[in-house]
Structures are given as C-alpha cells and as structure tokens.
Design a protein around this ligand. Structure first.
Ligand code: 5GP
Ligand code: ZN
Length: 398
C-alpha cells in the first residue's frame, strides 16, 4: 500500500526575499524525490513540504539540510532585480474569467497522456494554427529563412555551450538499448511498466549521445558553428518540440514536459541583433493589441539551477538580456510567460566559433513563443466559444 503524504514545515535559516519565493519554490521540486509539493510562506520565513510518507528522523534532517542549501545558495544576500516593464496592458478588459481546463478535459479538447504530456483536440489545434499563421507572417516581414530542426539534440554540442551547468534539472535524455544480444533479449522478455517506470536494469541502456531538445534556436547556432557567418548577418525561423522536465511543477497546461516553440532567430553584429529584437517586440505588440490580449512585457531571467542561479540571473538582469511576455490568467489573478525576447550577446558566437567578417564572434538573439501556453492563456481570457473570440483570430479560423 502506498504511504500517505505527510506535511512537514520548518523555518528558513533567513527570510527568502519576496522576489525569489517563486523561483526557490520551483527549485525545491528537484531537491529530494520524497518532496511532492513545496510552498514558501508569503513572508518568506517558512518552508512547507508535502512528503511521501515513511521518512525517519535522520532522512528528514538530511532533506531539510538540502532544502536549506538551496535557499542559501539562491537567496542569501540576493539583491532585488531591477524590474523593467516595457509594456503594461494587464488591465485590458477580457470577456472570460474561468479556468478553462476542466471544460477542455471534459470535452476531450485536451487529453492527459502522462504527467506533462498532453494531446490537443481540434479547438486548441486550430487556435494554435491561427497564431502560427501570424508568426509565419511576422517572420516573413524580417525576410527570415525557414528552417526545420530535429527533436533530438547533440549532447556534445550542448556541452560546448555549458548547458549541463546551467539547466541540469530540466534535461531529458534519449537513450537506446546497448547493442548486445543478451541485453536486447532480456529487455524483450522481461520489461514492463511498474512502480512509475520501466523495470529494465539501468545498465541495459546506452551512454547518452543525444537529448530531447530544450530549445529551438540552439540548433541554428550549432549549424553555423566553426565558420564565418555567411553574409555577416542572418535571420531564420522555425517551430519545434521542446522538452523541459519540470518535476512536480508539471501539473497543468501551464507547464508541459513536451511543448512547441516558434522562434525568429537573429545572428550578426550586436546592433543588428538588438534592433531586430526591438523591431520584433513592436510588431508583436501591434498584433497583441489587435487581439486584445491582456499582458505585460518585463525583464526576466532564465530558470538556471541552484549553483548558477544567482550569478547568471544577476548578469541577465544587469544587461537586459531577457524580457518575457506575461499574459494575464484572470481565473487565478496571475500571469503566465507566453513568449520571450532574448539577447545572448556573443555567448554562442564565442563558444561555437561563429565569426563576423571583422573576425569577432557573432551576437545572437531570438523572439520565442510557447504555442500551448499562448493558446492556454488566450482561452483563459476569451473562453471556449469561438463566437466570443476576437475578429482577428476568427477570420484566420474561417
Ligand atoms: P524561454 O526560452 O524563454 O525559456 O521559453 C520560451 C517560451 O517557451 C516561454 O515564454 C514559454 O511560453 C514557453 N515555455 C517555456 N517553458 C515551458 C514549459 O515548461 N511549458 C510550456 N507549455 N511552455 C514553456
Ligand atoms: Zn531562442
């Protein structure tokens, strides 16, 4: 019989600053396999965990020490970031205020296949197609070259751009059985799904050569690696599946293990990348105004893991490297990042040896949209009846 979950609360070594509560909380999901949910009190002083039952006092003390390590590494002495708001349309009136998930599930418009793995029916699919129609037009305005990228991504190349240091917690690995008759026969005869996983012994599997891709634009930088940048500047666009394992954070359409991202990607000198990122933002703002979406655009940081978090987040903040489009979720009085405007400086140019005509490393940036999140936020604001949707979207559907 499964053990019942037990609640466990304890005081943080020092108060967690308000601006970090969400970030620390989501990292706690990765601290110990016994943690089912983690919450931090509003004043940042108390950590509340729901734990799989059956931990003895020693295990509990070890778990608490790991939690406090995360709190300390992420929050101790952290200065509040300078939050820069580029657009604020949160107060735009929208016609809907319910949580669309129960109805989407009931109608079979969304089906949960597994944690973080969802299938989408015709309503959501058509809505995403309408957004895609716009994004393809947007990319065409930049003269972006269309690209198709694989779902798998090279472990060797990800290592070259330090991905394993920055985001180890969200990686998803691709493996296969070792090329060995006994291993393969054994697997075929004995493997079943049990206790939340396959029962095959770990040594049946090959070493990792590839992962499931966590982003779209990396493939483009890898394709441009180790040579001069053709023409000195490039713009491309692609849509692709992205994979970010989010542990117990994966329980609604807001966060998926497997989601799709549309990107417009800029590679060239710094001013070329920055001007295009800004031009992209202005074009997208005009589109979101036509739809009437309630959202804001503000500075943000990537979800770096504990060890890299403080340094990298401060760096992104200081150099205005990332802005997020956060759409309002009226039913919970919250917001959700549906897209981002990113500038990587010459990080990829240096690590991948992509050179400009003057011999310096290329700069890169991208405009990225999470398609499922955009559709979900739209449904939260406009509901499930297309008759009540903005004309801009209805025209595309027709
Ligand atoms: P970024 O590269 O800024 O982290 O991601 C770009 C966009 O992809 C985000 O703004 C968001 O819309 C989407 N995205 C990122 N992570 C997830 C996720 O876990 N689930 C879903 N559904 N979308 C995500
Ligand atoms: Zn990108």
């Amino acid at each position: 019989m499964a053990e019942r979950a037990a609640e466990h609360s304890f005081a943080s070594a020092f108060p967690i600053p308000a601006h970090l509560i969400g970030q620390v909380q989501s990292r706690l999901a990765y601290v110990d396999e016994a943690i089912q949910t983690a919450a931090i009190s509003e004043d940042g002083g108390t950590v509340r965990l729901e734990l799989a039952g059956g931990l003895d006092a020693a295990a509990l003390a070890a778990l608490e020490a790991k939690v406090l390590q995360v709190v300390e590494e992420m929050a101790k002495g952290a200065l509040p970031p300078k939050v820069e708001v580029l657009e604020d349309h949160m107060a735009r009136p929208v016609p809907y205020a319910e949580d669309p998930m129960p109805e989407l599930l009931a109608r079979g418009e969304v089906s949960r296949e597994h944690t973080g793995i969802y299938s989408l029916g015709p309503l959501v699919t058509r809505l995403i197609e309408a957004f895609e129609r716009y994004f393809v037009e947007l990319a065409a305005e930049f003269g972006a070259a269309p690209q198709r990228f694989p779902t798998l991504i090279s472990a060797e190349k990800l290592d070259r751009v330090n991905y394993f240091r920055a985001f180890p917690h969200s990686l998803t690995f691709a493996t296969h059985l070792r090329e060995d008759l006994h291993v393969i026969n054994d697997f075929a005869e004995h493997t079943h799904y049990e206790e939340a996983g396959l029962n095959a012994p770990p040594e049946s599997f090959s070493r990792i050569q590839a992962l499931l891709s966590p982003a779209v634009c990396y493939h483009y930088y890898f394709a441009l690696a180790d040579k001069p940048l053709p023409g000195g500047q490039l713009i491309a666009t692609a849509v692709g599946h992205c994979f970010r394992y989010e542990s117990s954070n994966l329980n609604t359409l807001e966060r998926l293990w497997d989601f799709t991202m549309r990107e417009v990607i800029f590679v060239g000198p710094a001013d070329f990348v920055l001007e295009n990122r800004e031009g992209g933002r202005q074009k997208v703002a005009a589109f979101l105004e036509r739809i009437g979406l309630a959202y804001l655009v503000e500075s943000a940081n990537d979800p770096f893991f504990v060890g890299e978090f403080r340094k990298q987040a401060a760096f992104q903040n200081a150099f205005q490297l990332k802005y997020e489009i956060r759409a309002r979720l009226p039913f919970k009085d919250g917001s959700l990042a549906v897209g981002s405007y990113n500038y990587h400086q010459d990080f990829f140019g240096r690590h991948l040896n992509i050179s400009l005509p003057d011999g310096k490393p290329a700069h890169t940036g991208c405009v990225a949209f999470g398609l499922e999140r955009l559709a979900y936020a739209f449904l939260c604001q406009f509901g499930l009846d297309p008759a009540a949707w903005p004309a801009e979207i209805r025209e595309v559907l027709a």
